[in-house]
Design a protein around this ligand. Sequence first.
Ligand code: SAM
Ligand code: SF4
Length: 334
Amino acid sequence: MTSAPPTLLTDRFGRTVNYVRISITDRCDFRCQYCMAEDMTFLPRAQILSLEEVQEVARAFTELGVGKIRITGGEPLVRRGALGLIEAIGRLPGLRELVLTTNGSQLAQNAAGLKAAGVRRINVSLDSLRPERFRAITRVGDLTQVLRGIEVAVATGFARIKLNAVIMKHRNDDEVVELVRFARDSGTDISFIEEMPLGFVDGRDRSEDFCSSEEIKTALDRDFTLLPSPETTGGPSRYFRLAGSDTRVGFISPHSHNFCGSCNRVRVTAEGRLLLCLGNEHSVDLKRVIRSHPGDTERLRQAIVAAMDLKPERHHFDLTAQPVIIRHMNATGG
Ligand code: SAM
Ligand code: SF4
């Protein structure tokens, strides 16, 4: 990886886009309640970008000055050939930071390979430390496997690993203190995420379960001293430092603290759709560009540059209404 040229991607509101999240699959071995319906239909193989096409898209972004790529999904590590793809992306000139979001189920066996591929930081989703509850939230997940994945990843020597926890009332809001203790004791950071209304999920009302970052922070203040920190990882988290440790505690608050003003990122779905905003449908079909003009990298770059004009100013999430965004988070790429 080398130093990147100045980014060429700027939107109508003067925001510079220097970060892309690429979903390499919509499939997943978990079925988290907030992310998916229990009975999900996944895309047919031909509809998702091939490994080569993903690489082509990643290259186009780096050529346009994007220095940071997050590999996500679905669960990125369930895609066959994921490691080879990640390695190829890690070699792209201009890329400064390659990071990954995973549910951790396959992390133990992949940590060394990911490190060798140039992945610098890893986010692992962890919503509960209680095996039965973890199984209930993920519907199928095995907590032991995920904890083992985190342990191996820490031992592998990634720059700070971050845990991501979506907190829901009556489900896991009573665990926030335990989760922070776990982060502190395992030498990781942790971010608490407010649930977003992406796609229909069965069996629950998102507005009833909503737990704001402020409520979580209040609960944590009883047990810990959280010192405001100006640190940022280029994402939407607001950070605090846990006094007496290296652990940072972040809050991703799409409802209570709108972060759109400083948005520097776009997403590419597993289908090759360039999404300009998580909370809006504005998008451009990059797969169509690639498949109708194979090898025409200039056309692909032009399509990406032109798409910047579609980036909306902000999202408007409302948990009490029917989801406006029909796509689930696994299709979007978190
Ligand atoms: N499978 C990987 C994982 O779980 O980390 C990567 C993809 S997942 C879609 C990325 C992140 O999105 C996870 O941290 C997950 O908790 C979060 N997420 C999924 N659905 C969400 C929702 N409706 N609201 C807020 N966060 C959500
Ligand atoms: Fe899978 Fe991640 Fe969605 Fe859970 S949040 S169902 S692990 S994609």
